[in-house]
Design a protein around this ligand. Structure first.
Ligand code: AMP
Length: 249
């Protein structure tokens, strides 16, 4: 079974995000970039399926600038077999990404497509769902367990107040939630091996996809600075302040 995993290059989650002085966008100058954490979980799940003998090939795809090859190489070091970069310097929207992924799905014909539930830079949480709508493939979003059973995949979904398991006929789409697995670290020998794994670079035009925007970014603002707290001397003083100053009691 072929598994396709979509990985996105985003700002590393450890980095404190800075906004450009003119509020036009996030400042990416000299910022450490990494694979979106939910995509790491997607790669890990695919690798586990391969280790179980369920998956035979893992293809990783990223859509973005040339440097997104770094994230593909990371996925190859973690155990993916082959990478595809759809290279573009254009600003990407989820619908364009989903259309591009659809073209890759038509070409590669994977049985299972795994995406992150959400990218941590734009928090869209919609690419997997859009890919489902465009391809007509069944989807299990927010997966905390993925089990392939014959021509079906069971996806246990994290929903408000509990878990819900859906059975999807393959080919299908799953998007990963945080508790699906704990991604491994790439070992040095595997990082070296990954350099020799195949990585194809194609353009959106090669896939017959046009990258266009329907949105303009109006403004980006950092969260308001929190004002400093105060120390109270006693519980009585705390209650008095909560009653008379904060007026929450
Ligand atoms: P989003 O809908 O933007 O929150 O992203 C959800 C998931 O879609 C990500 O975790 C990735 O698996 C996939 N995705 C989004 N953008 C890209 C991209 N530029 N290249 C590859 N995969 C992407």
């Amino acid at each position: 079974m072929k598994v396709l995993v979509a990985v996105k290059r985003v700002i590393d989650y450890n980095v404190k995000v800075r906004v450009k002085a003119d509020n036009s966008d996030v400042d990416l100058t000299n910022v450490k970039m990494a694979m979106n954490p939910f995509c790491e979980i997607a790669v890990e799940e695919a690798v586990r399926l391969k280790e179980k003998g369920v998956a035979s090939e893992i293809v990783v795809v990223s859509i973005g600038p040339k440097v997104a090859q770094e994230q593909i190489r990371t996925a190859l070091a973690l155990g993916a077999d082959r990478g595809i970069l759809v290279e573009t310097d254009e600003k990407l929207e989820s619908l364009t990404v989903a259309k591009t992924l659809k073209a890759i799905v038509e070409k590669e014909e994977p049985q299972l497509v795994i995406l992150g539930k959400q990218s941590i830079d734009n928090d869209n949480n919609q690419t997997g769902q859009m890919l489902g709508a465009l391809t007509g493939m069944p989807q299990g979003t927010f997966a905390s367990e993925v089990t392939v059973d014959g021509d079906k995949v069971n996806v246990t979904r994290e929903i408000d107040g509990g878990l819900r398991t859906v059975g999807l006929k393959l080919p299908a789409i799953a998007t990963t939630d945080l508790r699906l697995n704990e991604p491994r670290y790439a070992s040095l020998p595997n990082i070296m091996k990954a350099k020799r794994k195949p990585l194809d670079v194609v353009s959106p035009a090669d896939l017959g996809v046009e990258i266009k925007s329907s949105q303009t970014l109006v403004k980006v603002e950092p969260p308001a600075e929190r004002s400093a707290g105060i120390k109270v001397g006693s519980v009585d003083e705390l209650i008095e302040k909560l009653k008379n100053e904060a007026k929450v009691l």
